[in-house]
Ligand binder design. Structure first.
Ligand code: HEM
Length: 127
């Protein structure tokens, strides 16, 4: 096994990750019913995002936390959903990669998931 080195590696990662998410009934409905993602458009955005975060390339300009707060307004993103998401993410990384960047991407995912859950909680306190 090798470490994450380039955008092709990230594409492989997000592709395998989304196969897991979309075949798990406990979370797939968010991607198929609540927000109807077009996978062929969605995966390149995920690659750009993670490439910026892990490989130091630029190009991602969207407000990631706000996007997830908007999803939460349609369907509550519970702690259980975040745990399922993280579990599939960690499993996918560990199945394919090993090394410093593989560790970094899992840490970043956990930090972002934590920030999103705090923001979602604050949003739901307001009304
Ligand atoms: C409960 C957990 C999560 C669920 C159910 C979820 C679901 C979604 C959905 C439905 C979209 C598509 C939004 C749209 O196109 O309008 C999306 C976009 C995205 N998500 Fe998540 N997400 C979760 C957690 C996370 C976490 C923790 C991260 C990062 C560490 C993340 C990274 C992304 C990225 C990069 C996009 C693309 C945003 C863009 O279009 O610019 N997600 N997510």
């Amino acid at each position: 096994m090798k470490d994450i080195e380039n955008q092709d590696d990230l594409y492989l990662l997000v592709d395998e990750f989304y196969k897991k998410l979309l075949s798990d009934d406990s979370i797939s409905y968010i991607f198929t019913d609540v927000v109807k993602i077009k996978i062929e458009e969605h995966l390149p955005i995920l690659v750009t995002f993670w490439s910026q975060a892990i490989l130091g390339t630029g190009g991602y300009t969207n407000n990631l936390t706000q996007i997830h707060m908007d999803i939460d307004k349609k369907e509550h993103l519970t702690k259980e959903l975040f745990d399922i998401w993280l579990n599939h993410f960690y499993t996918t990384v560990d199945e394919i990669f090993i090394g410093e960047k593989a560790e970094k991407i899992k840490t970043q995912a956990l930090s972002l998931a934590t920030i999103m859950q705090i923001k979602v909680f604050q949003q739901n306190q307001k009304h």
